[in-house]
Design a protein around this ligand. Structure first.
Ligand SMILES: [Zn+2]
Length: 96
């Protein structure tokens, strides 16, 4: 797999991870043209790191859109009781 990636990296059509990162937003928002998009997706096929990065970015963007898209909604869900209990317990343990 590493060999394939190294060989692909030498091809002129292959983007580097940095280049992928630079156009990530354009890709998500559908602003990449056919060939740029093709190169982007080609890189994702061989690069797990960038796939993970894209997935994380999309998740964050989705969360952000949710918050921005519903400004009149009440605060998203109360903090679960168990979480509060766990945080308090951790704090107490530290103070002891
Ligand atoms: Zn990459």
């Amino acid at each position: 797999m590493r060999k394939i990636k190294a060989a692909m990296a030498k091809m002129p059509m292959m983007l580097t991870c940095g280049e992928v990162e630079a156009v990530l937003l354009d890709y998500i928002e559908g602003r990449l043209s056919g060939y740029a998009r093709f190169k982007f997706e080609l890189h994702l096929k061989v690069c797990r790191e960038c796939r993970d990065y894209l997935a994380a970015y999309r998740q964050a963007a989705a969360l952000g859109a949710e918050v921005l898209g519903a400004p009149d909604d009440p605060a998203p869900g109360d903090i679960p009781e168990e979480l509060v209990t766990a945080i308090l317990a951790a704090r107490d343990a530290e103070n002891r």
